[in-house]
Write a protein that binds this ligand. Structure first.
Ligand code: GRF
Length: 213
């Protein structure tokens, strides 16, 4: 059975969808490990509740002695964060067949991606918008606002291959969401998360079948 490493930063509801799918048999993989960029992410608890090994890799530990004003040193520290993370993942003890970014909130560097590519480990990411729409942070809020302003009447979520251009890799799964006028942000967000939980399982399954060696 192929192995999956899931990267998170927060509540882990998408991680939970993946865990549930492996237990239901709708995802033919084993979640080997969960890595979080935050030590307080509830997703760590979800993993531990399912006896899945966890690892925390935070940017703070790399920034801790560097003043925010020292942009050069912070840039170096961020690159080291990426390289150390990639080297941790490609270590035979941790190496998965597939990486799924499920609410991982940090941009992965070119060097990170090159190390993973050298080891032929594909990475996919969940982004709560349609291809070419609202790349980057706060996509849910931005889509909702555009819907309320009548600028768009369809938004959605996608699972895409991770490349250095943020949220622009080839889509594996795209699920559209019709925008409802006068819907609150919370109501829209709830529909987005429900859609994400389906898309992330579909995307992981498709990646295991088509992207993994
Ligand atoms: C999701 O909405 C995802 O699209 C965004 O962050 C959220 C992660 O939620 N990047 P969770 O941690 O999986 O609950």
């Amino acid at each position: 059975m192929k192995s999956i490493l899931v990267m998170i930063s927060g509540s882990g509801s998408n991680l939970q969808a993946l865990i549930d799918a492996t237990q239901k048999g709708t995802l033919d993989g084993k979640i080997k490990e969960v890595i979080s960029s935050s030590s307080s992410a509830y997703g760590l608890t979800r993993a531990q509740n399912s006896n899945i090994p966890t690892h925390v890799h935070t940017l703070d530990t790399y920034y801790k002695d560097i003043p925010a004003t020292d942009k050069g040193k912070r840039k170096q520290a961020r690159e080291q964060f990426n390289v150390d993370l990639a080297n941790y993942i490609v270590d035979p003890e941790h190496k998965p067949d597939l990486i799924v970014c499920a609410g991982w909130m940090l941009i992965l560097s070119q060097q990170f991606l090159e190390i993973l590519e050298k080891h032929e480990i594909p990475i996919i990411n969940l982004h709560p918008a349609l291809p070419g729409q609202f790349a980057g942070i706060n996509a849910i809020e931005r889509a909702w606002e555009a819907g309320q302003n009548g600028e768009i009447n369809v938004a959605g979520v996608m699972i895409h291959k991770v490349i250095t251009q943020v949220d622009e890799g080839e889509p594996l799964v795209v699920r559209e969401i019709a925008m409802n006028k006068d819907e609150t942000l919370e109501q829209y967000e709830e529909r987005v998360h429900q859609t994400e939980h389906l898309a992330i399982v579909e995307g992981a399954q498709k990646a295991l079948q088509t992207l993994c060696k």
